[in-house]
Design a protein around this ligand. Structure first.
Ligand code: SAM
Length: 248
C-alpha cells in the first residue's frame, strides 16, 4: 500500500453538512471505525442477515452473473477494509485487483487480508491506468453532494473502453434501510441518493446507463425466494439498488 492520506487532496473532507436528512454532522473518518467496522456492520444488519459477509457475496455474485467478456483489471473504489476484495478475486480469477480508499487504516487491514491485491490511498490525480470493471459499494452516500460529480468524472476517466462501472447504494425508499442507516455509527454523515441522482451523475460524466435494478429484497433465511428477485428489479423496495454505467 502506498500514499499519504494528508495529501489525498480530493475529495476534500467537507465542513459540516446535513446528515440522514436532519441534523448536521461532521464527515465520518473511517480510520476511526476500521477496527470495529465488521462488528458495527454485523450489529446494524443482524436482523436482516446474521452473516454480514452475505452482502459482499450477494453483490459480487450479481455483477459476475451479468458481466460478459474478459475482465483483466478491477478497481474497487472505496474498498474500506477489503470485505469485497476476496469475492471479486474468486469471481474473476486471474484479474488484477486494485482497491482504493481515503482511510489508510482501512487499507492497512485490507492489504493484510489480501496480499495479492494492490491498495492505494485515493486522490483524484492518482494514475492507476484503466479498468474493465469498477466496483463501488456503499460509498457515494458518504461523499458530500457537491463532490459527487467530481468523483464520478474520476471514475469515468479510469474506465477502459467498453468497461463497466457498477455502483451499489442504499435504497432511500426502503424504511428498513433508512432505519439501519439512522442507527449505524459510521453512517452518521450519510446522505442517501436516489437512483435518479446517480443517473444524472453518469450523464454529466458522459457515461451511458446500462442497467438499474433494485436488489436485496429477501434476507438469506428466505434464500429459496432469491430466483424471484430478477422479476422485482423495477420495484423500489429492495434494501439496496444497483446501477451500471458503461464507457460509451
Ligand atoms: C460504508 S464503507 C464501505 C466499504 C466497502 N465498499 C464495503 O462495501 O465494505 C464506505 C467507505 O468509503 C470510503 N470513502 C468515503 N468517501 C470516499 C471517497 N471520496 N473516495 C474513496 N473512498 C471513500 C470510506 O473511507 C469507507 O471506507
Amino acid at each position: 500500500m502506498s500514499g499519504d492520506k494528508k495529501s489525498a487532496s480530493a475529495p476534500e473532507p467537507s465542513a459540516s453538512h446535513a446528515s440522514r436528512g436532519q441534523a448536521s454532522a461532521e464527515r465520518v473518518d473511517f480510520d476511526d471505525y476500521s477496527a470495529s467496522y465488521d462488528e458495527l456492520l454485523h450489529e446494524s444488519t443482524k436482523l436482516y442477515a446474521e452473516d454480514s459477509e452475505y452482502f459482499a457475496r450477494y453483490k459480487v455474485d450479481l455483477i459476475r452473473e451479468r458481466t460478459r467478456g474478459p475482465v483483466g483489471r478491477i478497481l474497487e473504489y472505496g474498498c474500506g477494509t477489503g470485505r469485497n476484495i476476496g469475492y471479486l478475486a474468486q469471481a474473476f480469477p486471474g484479474a488484477e485487483i486494485v482497491g482504493t480508499d481515503l482511510s489508510e487504516e482501512s487499507l492497512r487491514i485490507a492489504a493484510g487480508s489480501h496480499p495479492q491485491s494492490r491498495f492505494e490511498v485515493e486522490r483524484p490525480d492518482l494514475d492507476l491506468g484503466r479498468f474493465d470493471l469498477i466496483f463501488v459499494a456503499s460509498v457515494f452516500h458518504h461523499i458530500p453532494p457537491d463532490q459527487r460529480a467530481g468523483v464520478m468524472k474520476v471514475l469515468a476517466r479510469r474506465l477502459a473502453p467498453g468497461g463497466c462501472l457498477d455502483i451499489f447504494e442504499h435504497n432511500p425508499f426502503n424504511p428498513v434501510t433508512r432505519r439501519i442507516v439512522n442507527t449505524c455509527p459510521f453512517d452518521a454523515d450519510a446522505i442517501l441518493l436516489k437512483p435518479a441522482e446517480l443517473r444524472a451523475l453518469f450523464r454529466q460524466a458522459e457515461l451511458a446507463l446500462n442497467k438499474q435494478s433494485f436488489c436485496l429484497f429477501f434476507p438469506p433465511r428466505l434464500s429459496f425466494l432469491l430466483p424471484m428477485e430478477k422479476y422485482l428489479e423495477w420495484l423500489p423496495l429492495g434494501g439496496q439498488y444497483w446501477v451500471r454505467a458503461q464507457h460509451p
